[in-house]
Design a binder for this molecule. Sequence first.
Ligand code: NDP
Length: 252
Amino acid sequence: MTASPFDLAGKTALVTGANTGIGQAIAVALAEAGVDVAVAGRSEPTETLAAIQATGRKAVNIAADFGSIEPVGRVVDEALAGLGRLDILVNNAGIIRRADLLDFGEADWDAVIDTNLKTLFFLSQAAARHMASRGSGKIINIASLLTFQGGVRVPSYAAAKSGVGGVTKAMANELAPKGVQVNAIAPGYIATNNTAALQADETRNRQIMERIPAGRWGRPQDIAGAALFLASPASDYVTGHILAVDGGWLAR
Ligand code: NDP
């Protein structure tokens, strides 16, 4: 019997920001698909580690604050020490800061660019050195609808996430000959802590729901499904792509 192109059994992955939300759903879905998973972030990912272990796969916890690039080399070293090798990197950790454009401050600019874009690049670079030397690997960057749109009151987030789109393509170009695919997922409105305030605001929630052709908020598991595809051999000829998972938002 030939192996399914979606088969991930025996692979290894590093997922950032996996204590909650989209990162948690991706880490657990990978483990359910047979992947040993290292999770890296600044908060204790107790629930995620337990869910990975419940699948019978190995769970590795790496404490790291991605507000700067200082930990990236150590994080990849610890993932390699714990997992033996690294097949998949999911750059998910991210923050958003909101303020009127005319009042937007430098600290909020730097924090969002550093966490969402600069660290994503340098962590990918550290992982790619290992993947390129082995001739295979998958890097999946979590982008946003604001990779394509400007948004309102979130200029550093829009800049960072459109940068994620650009750097995804830049990395894909140079890593394709080395057998490493680099893609991004652009989630639409997904119900997580990140969007709790929007969900709680009755007017904004109604406006958002009316604008989504699928008629509902996305779930973290919707993003995990796309991540499994981009992590699997089924996507070996897909690279430099930004996959919107948005219930049709961009199609409207
Ligand atoms: P969450 O707030 O639930 O998850 C964000 C994760 O990033 C958390 O694990 C958080 O850790 C981690 N993180 C943030 N800053 C740092 C840091 N300095 N060091 C280490 N880890 C950090 O939100 P989501 O699940 O919604 O977001 C996940 C990704 O999806 C983000 O990149 C976000 O921009 C993106 N996204 C989300 C959308 C949505 O609608 N929810 C839409 C489009 C994109 P901690 O708990 O410690 O803060």
